[in-house]
Write a protein that binds this ligand. Sequence first.
Ligand SMILES: Nc1ncnc2c1ncn2[C@@H]1O[C@H](COP(=O)(O)OP(=O)(O)O)[C@@H](O)[C@H]1O
Ligand SMILES: O=c1ccn([C@@H]2O[C@H](COP(=O)(O)OP(=O)(O)O)[C@@H](O)[C@H]2O)c(=O)[nH]1
Length: 310
Amino acid sequence: MGICRSKEKDEVNTSLYEEKQKEAAEHEGAHLPAQPTPAWVEPGTTTKATGDEHAATAKATEAVTNTTAETTGAKPGSAATSAETGPSTTAEVNGAGSLALSGACIVFVLGGPGSGKGTQCDMIVKKYGFVHLSAGDLLREEVKKGTDLGKEIEGIMKEGNLVPTPITVKLLREAMEKSSSGTFLIDGFPREIHQAEAFEQEVKPPQLVIFYDCPEDVLLERLLKRAKTSGRSDDNKETIRKRFKTFLDCTMPVVEHYERQGLLVKISAVPPPDVVFKDTEKAIEKACGHGVSKEQKDLAASYINALPDQ
Ligand SMILES: Nc1ncnc2c1ncn2[C@@H]1O[C@H](COP(=O)(O)OP(=O)(O)O)[C@@H](O)[C@H]1O
Ligand SMILES: O=c1ccn([C@@H]2O[C@H](COP(=O)(O)OP(=O)(O)O)[C@@H](O)[C@H]2O)c(=O)[nH]1
């Protein structure tokens, strides 16, 4: 389990961040925006940080906090406003977002690297009009920005490790709150149990968890083929091996967790994409009641949008 990010490792971020905030206030009279306390952190909980990994984690989390505070215009009731006004309950952190997301249909899409999560999500979007949020894509967008945070994330991804939970959950929640849709495919997340807990507390539990099951030799072949065109720095043999290990050690427990809850649908990802999609369709329609076409949904949404504000 050494490579998984424990809840404690992510708590370290919070305590280090708080120390920095105090320091800045004392020495510069400056005020760093308060870090939104992850929902699982008990008030007063501190964990002593040791080692480079903790330091890197703290730096990465601090960077996302600062970046977000700089770039997010705080709207009344938004997560940013709540974060700035001090310790926040889950409801406060969610703000208007939680209300908007309370009726959302959320589907987690899990599977080993290269199992076809992105491919199936594209097909689901085409047929049903879900909003597709790939945690990996959101992280890669941060990397592209070339910020300090992006550089930290890049280093973690190149090693096939997991980015600290507060960063990923924040990116996902913000993307969801920006969207006017009520149906979301959360692709490649949660990658470990405490990410699932954090997301469920800060947003809401999923209606369905799809797991694309595929043996490693098939995954490796697909990823090496994808490497020729993907331009992804983690699509190389060495990192792929590490990603497989991270998947087995950290993500398989998530799959088992949702299986025990009766939310999991396991689909073989070995057949061609259109065959895999037949099983995907059944799972989606059963869990989210999406027997309607994208056109019908768009039409319904246009009626709702045309309603006058209350
Ligand atoms: N069912 C399938 N059979 C064969 N190749 C597939 C299948 N699904 C996806 N692929 C290919 O495998 C690679 C990985 O798929 P992708 O959707 O990117 O996986 P993931 O998002 O899980 O990493 C891509 O090159 C894709 O075209
Ligand atoms: O919730 C997430 C999702 C992705 N990643 C990182 O992003 C990489 C690529 O993930 P993605 O889902 O894009 O691709 P996959 O590995 O499934 O092909 C992973 O190896 C992790 O380093 C992460 O840290 N947390």
